[in-house]
Ligand binder design. Structure first.
Ligand SMILES: NC(=O)c1ccc[n+]([C@@H]2O[C@H](COP(=O)([O-])OP(=O)(O)OC[C@H]3O[C@@H](n4cnc5c(N)ncnc54)[C@H](OP(=O)(O)O)[C@@H]3O)[C@@H](O)[C@H]2O)c1
Length: 248
């Protein structure tokens, strides 16, 4: 029997990149998966197809997690279609980079809306279901940037640092209800989010990374699948870095 057989997972932002890899890794471990996206429904449906080929149930849900009502409707629909969610991966995230002096209020609000209000909206809806079931796993995808800061990313860094604080606080609040809450903090990972980083900057990143290369989405997903597993039952409130040693 696979470790997550019978569990239902929701991965936000699972049409591409790290979220996609997480959805596939959780399905590989036996979970049925709700695959959320904001706009790229065809890509989310492709992920579902791959999951069905693994023998698990999967359904795509188009919802902007920054909008409370859309998050609510998505969670209701998942409950009806698949059942109560007991594994949540808060992965959906965006960047709108500029030095702080040039950063507009709308760039600030947009990033906080998706990266911080998104996890609030979805987690708030789901934590009650996990308490009912008496078992739950919440994994928040934060970033090395939330641990170190980064030039041109004041908005993004605030959300990722905030997610770490949220992880530790919620972990304390729900620990006795059978729910663990952890974060995974990737370094620089090869996805659409990093594809426009200038080559010279990427070379600098590699030079600063002891392992000497960017990470792969699957390497982040493996950490998420572990934290979601029954084997990680005594780990809560932690931040697991997947950064090639760039920050230690
Ligand atoms: N890549 C890195 O180097 C890196 C490093 C550290 C942390 N992270 C974090 O890892 C997470 C995933 O990053 P990634 O690199 O895989 O990003 P990505 O390739 O840009 O993919 C982003 C995903 O999030 C979805 N999304 C964006 N806004 C959304 C919203 N409002 N509601 C629902 N879904 C939304 C997108 O859906 P659509 O396809 O429909 O647009 C897509 O599936 C993010 O939280 C990011 O901050 C990434």
């Amino acid at each position: 029997m696979k470790p997550l057989q019978g569990k239902i997972a929701l991965v936000t932002g699972a049409s591409r990149g790290i979220g996609r890899a997480c959805a596939l890794a959780l399905a590989e471990a036996g979970a049925d998966v709700a695959v959320n996206c904001r706009s790229n429904l065809a890509a989310a449906q492709e992920v579902c197809l791959l999951i069905s080929k693994m023998g698990q149930r999967a359904q795509a849900y188009q919802a902007d997690v920054s909008r409370e009502e859309e998050a609510h409707n998505m969670v209701e629909a998942i409950r009806q279609d698949l059942g109560p969610v007991s594994i949540l991966v808060n992965n959906a995230g965006i960047t709108r980079d500029k030095t702080f002096i040039k950063m507009t209020k709308s760039m600030w609000d947009e990033v906080l809306g998706v990266n911080l209000n998104g996890p609030f909206n979805v987690t708030h809806e789901l934590v009650g279901q996990m308490i009912e079931v008496g078992w739950g796993r919440i994994v928040n995808i934060t970033s090395i940037v939330g641990q170190t800061g980064n030039f041109g990313q004041a908005n993004y860094a605030v959300t990722k640092g905030g997610l770490i604080a949220f992880t530790m606080t919620l972990a304390r609040e729900v620990a006795r209800k059978g729910i663990t809450v952890n974060a995974v903090a990737p370094g620089f990972i090869e996805t659409d989010m990093t594809k426009d980083v200038p080559p010279a900057t990427l070379e600098q990143v590699k030079a600063m990374t002891p392992i000497g290369r960017l990470g792969k989405a699957e390497e982040v997903a493996a950490a998420v699948a572990f934290l979601a597993s029954p084997q990680a039952s005594y780990i809560t409130g932690q931040v697991l870095p997947v950064n090639g040693g760039m920050y230690m």
